[in-house]
Design a protein around this ligand. Structure first.
Ligand SMILES: Nc1nc2c(c(=O)[nH]1)N(C=O)[C@@H](CNc1ccc(C(=O)N[C@@H](CCC(=O)O)C(=O)O)cc1)CN2
Ligand SMILES: Nc1ncnc2c1ncn2[C@@H]1O[C@H](COP(=O)(O)OP(=O)(O)OP(=O)(O)O)[C@@H](O)[C@H]1O
Length: 206
């Protein structure tokens, strides 16, 4: 299956899901994140403000912000680039490119992310169990992650977006870990979804 065929197939399945089920999963993901050991000790969490077909992280974002953590969100600045700005609460947002809500706060220095105290939550259209990620097809995250050093990355998606195999190329950067929350057994799955410390799941990445 090509990347585009997989995108279309996953989107079709998401359209068939009930909004109630998806919002239950969003809540379970937020709770899972707030209990995640790396997130709990992080001082910086790079999250995303959801598009209509992505898990809604806003409850986790607000909770992390209230805990005093630095929460950063992407802002699209050109056809290829995005930067991160600090989230300072729901009233400090504006509508950016692609209709995505983005903070008006201070732009973060990308060099400040290259450490053990940063966790990056990466959205995706599909992921496979090796951490390979299919994005929206513009390469924003691949370029950004390439420049962000090596902080811990967690792929975030709904259950049905974890697929057998995601086709990947030389630019694609796999995530270190995948959220995998089944409503009835999130506890059981929490320790079962790490790919180890290796950042080299993808043989194309040196
Ligand atoms: N929440 C969120 N923010 C994010 C991303 C993301 O995946 N999720 N990005 C990750 O890269 C960047 C934005 N990337 C985007 C890439 C393509 C389209 C896009 O093609 N939008 C179509 C809508 C149709 C569709 O995708 O079905 C459009 O506007 O025509 C939107 C955002 C930065 N911010
Ligand atoms: N690090 C990079 N440097 C230059 N070009 C890149 C890089 N990463 C991706 N690209 C280019 O961006 C385009 C989209 O790549 P791809 O289909 O892998 O995006 P994606 O991972 O699905 O999207 P996204 O990261 O925005 O969610 C391709 O033409 C690819 O060659």
């Amino acid at each position: 299956m090509t990347k585009q065929e997989l995108r279309n197939s996953v989107r079709e399945q998401l359209r068939e899901c009930s909004p109630e089920e998806l919002s239950r999963q969003s809540e379970a993901i937020c709770e899972w994140l707030l209990r995640h050991p790396r997130v709990m000790v992080a001082d910086t969490v790079v999250a995303y403000w959801c598009l209509h077909d992505e898990p809604d992280l806003s409850n986790a974002i607000d909770a992390l912000c209230k805990q005093g953590k630095r929460v950063l969100l992407p802002c699209v600045t050109s056809d290829t680039e995005m930067v991160l700005r600090q989230y300072d609460g729901p009233t400090s947002m504006r509508t950016g490119a692609f209709g995505i809500q983005e903070p008006i706060g201070e732009e973060a220095d990308i060099d400040s992310l290259n450490n053990d105290s940063t966790v990056i939550l990466v959205p995706g259209v599909a992921f496979d169990n090796n951490g390979n990620r299919l994005g929206r097809g513009k390469g924003y995250y691949d370029r950004f992650l390439q420049n962000a050093g090596r902080p811990h990355t967690i792929g975030i998606c709904f259950d049905l977006q974890i697929v057998g195999e995601v086709p990947y190329g030389e630019h694609d950067i796999p995530v270190d870990e995948l959220v995998k929350v089944a409503i009835d057994n999130c506890q059981k799955l929490t320790n079962n979804n790490l790919f180890g410390n290796g950042k080299n799941n993808n043989p194309y990445i040196p």
